[in-house]
Design a protein. Structure first.
Length: 78
C-alpha cells in the first residue's frame, strides 16, 4: 500500500514510490537520495507537524513536515 512518508513508524523500512513536490524541491530531495525505488528507514517520526529523520544511502536526513507529506512510500521487509 502506498502512503505518505508522514505515516511511517520508527524502524520501518520503506521504498520511495513517487515524489509530489514542485520541481525545484524534487531536485533537492533527489540530491539527498529521495528517488523512486530508493530504500530508506524511518528513524524519528514527526510529531505535531515537526521534522522527521530518515536513514537513506548511509546518511541521516531531517525533513520538514511539508516535504514529508509529499513523498509517497511503501513498506518493504528487509
Amino acid at each position: 500500500m502506498v502512503l505518505p512518508l508522514s505515516y511511517a513508524k520508527p524502524g520501518q523500512h520503506l521504498r520511495v514510490i513517487w515524489i509530489a513536490s514542485e520541481p525545484q524541491m524534487r531536485q533537492r530531495l533527489a540530491l539527498e537520495g529521495f528517488l523512486p525505488n530508493q530504500s530508506l528507514v524511518c528513524i524519528i517520526k514527526p510529531v505535531s507537524r515537526s521534522m522527521g529523520a530518515y536513514r537513506i544511502r548511509d546518511s541521516l536526513i531531517a525533513l520538514r513536515w511539508e516535504n514529508i507529506c509529499e513523498i509517497f512510500v511503501e513498506e518493504i521487509f528487509p
